[in-house]
Design a protein around this ligand. Structure first.
Ligand SMILES: Nc1ncnc2c1ncn2[C@@H]1O[C@H](COP(=O)(O)OP(=O)(O)O)[C@@H](O)[C@H]1O
Ligand SMILES: [Mg+2]
Length: 403
C-alpha cells in the first residue's frame, strides 16, 4: 500500500464521526450508579450483613442465579457501601473478593488459602507446606486482625470443580478456632445445580442463607440498557427500537444483561464500521450473528486435538451426505484423520463420549436409532448454523494442520 493511501486512511479515520461518547459504560466491568430491579435482593443481603456493624457474625450466604443477572455487580455494590459505613464508624471489617474463574485464580486448596492469606499481607510459599500448616498460618493471621472477615468466592462452582469441596468444609469450620475474629463466607454461583453436588454438611453451612437472583425480563433489561446507553452513545445515535430489540434478544434464552450490553456495543461498532447514519435494527441482527459465531469459534478453538479431529470428521461427512451422519462412519473417518495428523486414535467408546459432549455443548444433535438385528447406532445432525460451517472447517484445518 502506498504511503499516501495509508495516510489518507488514517486521516479519514480521524475525521469519521463516532456514535460513541464513551464505550466503558457498555463493558461488563462498569459499575453503574444505580442498580434497578434488584432492590429486593439488595435488601435481603444487606439485612444479613448489617450485624457486622454491631460486631456480630453474619450468616454465610449462598447466592445463585444465571449469568448476567447482576450477582457480581450487586455483591460488590453492597460490600463497597458497607465498607464506607464501617470505615466512618471505625468498625473493623475486611472484605476479600476472589473471582474463582479467572485464569490466575487458585486451582488447589493449598494455593487458594495461600492466596487469601496474602491478601492479609502474609506471604506463604507457593508449595511445600502440609495443607494443615497452611490453614494454621491463615487462621493465625485472621485471628490477629481482631475483625470480621467477609470472604466472597465468586463463581465458586469453578473453584469446587478444580479443588473439590473440602476447602469449603474447612473454611466454614474455621470460626471454631477463632476467638477474637470471625470469618463469613459468601459463595456466588452461576450454576444452579452446583449446590446439589456438595457434601450435605458443606451445603448446609454455606447456605445458612440462600438468595436467588431471577433472570430479568425484557422490560427490565431495557431499563438497564437505557441507563448505560445514555452514557455510552451520543444523542440521536440509536434508531427507534434498538434498545428494545437488544433487550428482547437477551431475554430470549434467559434475561442476561451481559449479553444485552454486548449486543448493543457490537451493533454500534458494526454501524460505525459501515459508515451508517445511525445504529439500526439490522445492526442488532448482525451483532447477534457475530456474537453467536464468535462463541462457537471460541469453543472450537479451545477443544483438545482429539475433539477437533472428531468434529472435523463430522463436518466432512455432513458435507458429503448433506444430512445425517452415523457414529460408525464418524469413527472410521476419525481414525483415518488421526493417521494423517499423527495422533494416536482413541477407542470408539471414548469417541462416543466426545460426541456426547458436543451434544451437551449444543454443537450437534444425536438420536439413537435401531437398525433391527444389526443393533443400534446414533444418528448425528449438526446444530451449528450452516453459515458458520465453512469458516469452522477452515479453522479446524489450520488447527490440525490438515490442508
Ligand atoms: N440491575 C442492573 N442494573 C445495571 N446494570 C446491571 C444490572 N444487572 C446487571 N447489570 C450489568 O450487567 C452486566 C452483568 O452483570 P453481572 O453482575 O456481572 O452478572 P452475573 O455476575 O450475575 O453474571 C454487568 O455489566 C452489570 O453491570
Ligand atoms: Mg458474576
Amino acid at each position: 500500500m502506498k504511503k499516501k493511501v495509508l495516510g489518507d486512511f488514517f486521516q479519514d479515520f480521524l475525521s469519521k464521526k463516532s456514535f460513541f461518547l464513551d464505550k466503558k459504560p457498555l463493558q461488563s466491568s462498569h459499575t453503574p450508579e444505580t442498580i434497578p430491579h434488584r432492590d429486593k435482593e439488595i435488601k435481603q443481603i444487606a439485612n444479613i450483613l448489617a450485624p457486622i456493624l454491631k460486631l456480630q457474625k453474619p450468616s454465610n450466604i449462598f447466592i445463585y442465579g444465571k449469568t448476567g443477572t447482576g450477582k457480581t455487580l450487586t455483591i460488590k455494590y453492597i460490600t463497597k457501601t458497607l465498607l464506607e459505613t464501617t470505615n466512618t464508624k471505625n468498625v473493623p471489617l475486611k472484605v476479600v473478593y476472589l473471582n474463582c474463574k479467572l485464569k490466575r485464580a487458585a486451582d488447589t486448596e493449598y494455593r487458594l488459602i495461600a492466596q487469601i492469606t496474602r491478601e492479609f499481607g502474609k506471604a506463604i510459599p507457593p508449595t511445600g507446606l502440609p495443607t494443615d500448616e497452611v490453614y494454621r498460618l491463615f487462621t493465625n493471621v485472621v485471628e490477629k486482625q481482631n475483625q470480621t472477615t467477609l470472604l466472597i468466592l465468586d463463581e465458586i462452582d469453578q473453584l469446587i470443580k478444580k479443588t473439590g469441596d473440602d476447602v469449603l468444609y474447612n473454611l466454614t469450620r474455621m470460626n471454631e478456632e477463632l476467638k477474637n475474629s470471625q470469618i463469613s463466607l459468601i459463595g456466588v454461583s452461576n450454576d444452579l445445580q452446583f449446590a446439589e453436588h456438595l457434601d450435605p454438611r458443606v451445603r448446609s453451612s454455606l447456605s445458612e442463607e440462600e438468595i436467588v437472583f431471577p433472570p430479568y425480563n425484557a422490560l427490565q433489561i431495557q431499563d438497564i440498557l437505557k441507563q448505560r446507553a445514555n452514557k455510552a452513545f451520543k444523542e440521536g445515535s440509536l434508531e427507534q427500537g434498538v434498545i428494545e430489540k437488544c433487550s428482547a434478544y437477551a431475554a430470549r434464552e434467559h434475561g442476561d444483561s451481559r449479553r444485552a450490553l454486548e449486543l448493543l456495543r457490537v451493533a454500534g461498532e458494526i454501524a460505525e464500521r459501515n459508515d451508517c447514519d445511525k445504529v439500526g435494527l439490522k445492526h442488532v441482527d448482525e451483532a447477534d450473528k457475530k456474537i453467536e459465531n464468535d462463541k462457537i469459534f471460541n469453543i472450537v478453538k479451545a477443544q483438545p486435538k482429539q475433539f477437533q479431529t472428531t468434529l472435523y470428521a463430522i463436518l466432512s461427512l455432513e458435507q458429503e451426505t448433506k444430512g445425517f451422519v452415523f457414529t460408525g462412519e464418524v469413527y472410521e473417518l476419525y481414525k483415518q484423520l488421526c493417521f494423517k495428523t499423527s495422533l494416536t486414535p482413541l477407542t470408539q467408546r471414548r469417541v462416543s463420549d466426545i460426541l456426547a459432549e458436543f451434544d451437551m455443548l449444543g454443537m450437534i444433535n444425536t438420536r439413537v436409532i435401531s437398525k433391527g438385528r444389526y443393533g443400534r447406532t446414533r444418528e448425528i445432525s449438526l446444530a451449528i448454523p450452516s453459515s458458520s460451517l465453512p469458516q469452522i472447517k477452515k479453522t479446524l484445518e489450520e488447527e490440525l494442520t490438515l490442508s
